[in-house]
Write a new protein. Structure first.
Length: 330
């Protein structure tokens, strides 16, 4: 708006000057047009020389037209100066208006700034894309780490439970072993008690019978003993003596020796071993080790006798006890 107003004000004076120096009125408007376009172009190109020339010409035209009184002819000096304005403008336009390079530099800077801005925007977009990818990978790694931690915790729980179960199983096995040993010892003591009771019961009637039996005096004839065939046999615990003779010594000592039960004496090692082998062969004890613990003997000896009693090809006259080395007396 300022440029349009200034151009309109100066255009009137320049037109009056063109008419005053004898330019025809139909073409007198070309002087203000030439001056305004020239000055505007110089300003756009930032050509300092042309800007100065345009301003000087425009100011000179305005001053000259207002110094000439109305109704008088323009002096020749003014006419000469006024008619030189169009050639000067034509010369400067022909030579080309060159600025000081600031416009080109400014345009180059603006273009470079635009390129930098475009590159920065592209870099920002690429950075955003990379950031999104990195965040996604970090999230996946966090989820994987969480799953790994949960799996490790579950494995630790399983290991702890397995250790607890192993400890409980070992404790149960230890308790079962102790209970088995206690049961074997209790069974051994019970069998000892039953054996002693049976022996006491078997010897008690014989002692009663021997006490109730009247003593038979020996038959003599003229102070000599009768024939051995008429003597009463003397028995030892229900069995006849090998020779059938009466026992030597007094009767009280002999009866006292017979009254002592055989079950009062402890079992020997062979007897305990024999009992263990018999129980294993009869199936009353589950294993040779249990039988050995029960009778307090060597498990390997029990196992050897049991293995000897269980070979293939058993004969009719040889039973398992005989093959195990168990005699009739045992």
């Amino acid at each position: 708006m300022a440029m349009a107003a200034a151009a309109a004000l100066t255009a009137k004076g320049e037109w009056d000057l063109a008419v005053l120096v004898h330019y025809p009125k139909p073409i007198a408007f070309l002087l203000p047009v030439a001056l305004d376009v020239y000055l505007a172009t110089a300003a756009a190109k930032r050509a300092k020389v042309d800007i100065a020339i345009g301003l000087l010409l425009m100011i000179a035209c305005q001053v000259a037209v207002h110094l000439v009184p109305e109704g008088q002819e323009a002096p020749w000096q003014l006419v000469v100066g006024a008619v030189c304005v169009p050639p000067i403008i034509a010369l400067r336009a022909t030579l080309g208006m060159k600025g000081n390079g600031e416009a080109e530099e400014q345009a180059a800077r603006e273009q470079a700034a635009a390129e930098e801005l475009r590159a920065a925007r592209q870099a920002a977009a690429e950075a955003d894309r990379l950031r999104i990818e990195v965040e996604g990978r970090l999230a996946e790694e966090a989820r994987a780490r969480q799953v790994a931690e949960e799996t490790a915790a579950a494995l630790r729980d399983v290991d702890a439970q397995a250790q607890e179960a192993q400890a409980a199983r070992e404790a149960a096995e230890e308790r079962a072993r102790v209970a088995e040993e206690r049961a074997a010892r209790a069974e051994f003591r019970a069998s000892r008690v039953r054996t002693d009771s049976n022996r006491d019961a078997s010897t008690r009637p014989a002692r009663s019978a021997r006490v109730a039996e009247p003593a038979t005096p020996p038959v003599t004839h003229n102070g000599a003993a009768t024939d051995a065939s008429v003597r009463q046999p003397v028995t030892h615990t229900g069995d006849a003596s090998p020779a059938g003779d009466a026992p030597t010594g007094n009767d009280s000592d002999a009866s006292g020796g017979r009254d002592a039960p055989a079950g009062d004496a402890p079992l020997t090692r062979d007897e305990r071993l024999t009992l263990a082998v018999m129980e294993v062969l009869e199936g009353t004890v589950p294993s040779a080790r249990a039988a050995a613990l029960k009778h307090d003997v060597d498990p390997r000896a029990v196992q050897r006798r049991v293995n000897a009693a269980r070979p293939q090809g058993q004969t009719e006259g040889q039973g398992p006890l005989a093959r195990a080395g168990v005699t009739d007396t045992q």
